[in-house]
Design a protein around this ligand. Structure first.
Ligand SMILES: *Cc1c(COP(=O)(O)O)cnc(C)c1O
Length: 350
């Protein structure tokens, strides 16, 4: 039987979410910016979803801007800050194990004159606070380090990074696509100025996400999409009511219990094989990066016929070892024997 264990790449849309979205597709389809009753009804539904998302991370509804997903949110955070500094440019600090959408945005910003420091993780996969402190320069305008790594499941100590950024009066952004709904997040306690999230990692639809922006107008981000003033003028385009309602419902109905059948199935299979789990001890329970000891172990694993990833889904088309596994110090051959098994996510209370 084919089993899907690639939930870090995308989750299915839950039945509750699908149901919540339905009527907004073909019955209540008015433009949420329209000044008539049907428009107002859609605007209200959008506001309710905005409140659900804000509540989940200790933010205000007015600080949530809807985007097409975490990639766009990351682009808006990085370019939005950088474009404010086009004249004098500036320095950005990130890590070498970010999602490709952060790394490629940084590469683009370098190509137009910004400078970027890429912090390498230790062998445990963690970015060290003292290295972050050492990388800060007079002209550092932004620190962007992800919360949970999508290939390894490692939880970065973002509250320490936030504190460092705050003390140095630098903006702190985190890509929380893999941690939103799954781990406790409080943007005030963690000194987070901007946070990216995505619908299709939390049983919501694809094509919707959000960027939390502290004091959204005050930060003065430059929009990527200029339009009719939607989303506080930070993201033009008619708001997609069904997708936004779906994301709100996904947040409201996110499961707090693991699907233990799936967890047992994965454990049973792995226990018969020789492997090491990458990423040290500070990892989320639903992402397993495992390096098998031999090709024979790989062959035995493949008999399961599970849908899993090598590296992340985004790297799957290229034949090189993923930048994340290389940064952890894995050899090319080890990287080839490495698989990411990602299970149905649930809320992890501490
Ligand atoms: C999935 C993912 C993204 C991209 O999210 P989209 O909504 O598909 O654009 C970005 N960062 C991380 C860490 C992810 O896991």
């Amino acid at each position: 039987m084919i089993k899907y264990f690639d939930y870090a790449a995308s989750t299915p849309v839950s039945a509750l979410v699908l149901d919540a979205m339905k009527s907004w597709q073909s019955e209540s389809y008015a433009n949420p910016s329209a000044a008539h009753s049907e428009g107002e009804k859609a605007a209200k539904a959008i506001q309710k979803a905005r409140e659900s998302i804000a509540d989940k991370i200790g933010a205000l509804p007015s600080e949530i801007v809807f985007t097409s997903g975490a990639s766009e949110s990351n682009n808006l955070a990085l370019k939005g800050v950088a474009f404010k500094h086009l004249e004098l440019k500036g320095h950005i600090i990130t890590s070498s194990i970010e999602h490709k959408c952060i790394l490629n945005t940084c590469a683009f910003l370098e190509s137009i004159g910004f400078s970027v420091t890429y912090l390498d993780p230790g062998s445990d996969g963690l970015i060290a606070s003292k290295e972050l402190i050492a990388a800060i320069k007079q002209n550092t305008i932004l620190i962007s380090i992800h919360h949970v790594n999508n290939e390894l499941g490692i939880i970065q100590p973002i509250e320490s990074f936030g504190e460092i950024a705050f003390k140095n009066n630098i903006l702190f952004h985190t890509d929380a696509a893999q941690s939103f709904c799954k781990l406790n997040i409080d943007v005030d306690d963690m000194d987070i100025d901007m946070l990216s999230l995505s619908g299709h990692k939390v049983y919501g639809p694809k094509g919707i996400g959000a960027l939390y922006i502290r004091d959204s107008r005050g930060l003065g981000l430059v929009p990527l999409i200029h339009g009719g003033g939607q989303e506080l003028g930070l993201r033009g385009g008619t708001s997609p009511t069904p997708l936004i309602v779906g994301l709100g419902e996904a947040v409201d109905s996110f499961p707090s219990e693991p699907n233990s059948n799936d967890y047992c199935m994965v454990m049973d299979s792995l226990n018969k094989l020789n492997f090491k789990r990458n990423g040290g001890s500070n990892v989320v329970p639903n992402i397993w990066s495992v390096t098998f000891e031999s090709d024979l172990d790989v062959e035995k694993f493949k008999v399961n016929n599970w849908l899993v990833s090598q590296g992340s889904a985004c790297n799957a088309m290229s034949n090189v070892a993923s930048h994340v596994l290389s940064a952890l110090g894995l050899e090319e051959a080890e990287a080839r024997r490495t698989y990411r098994i990602s299970l149905p996510p649930f809320y992890i209370s501490e």
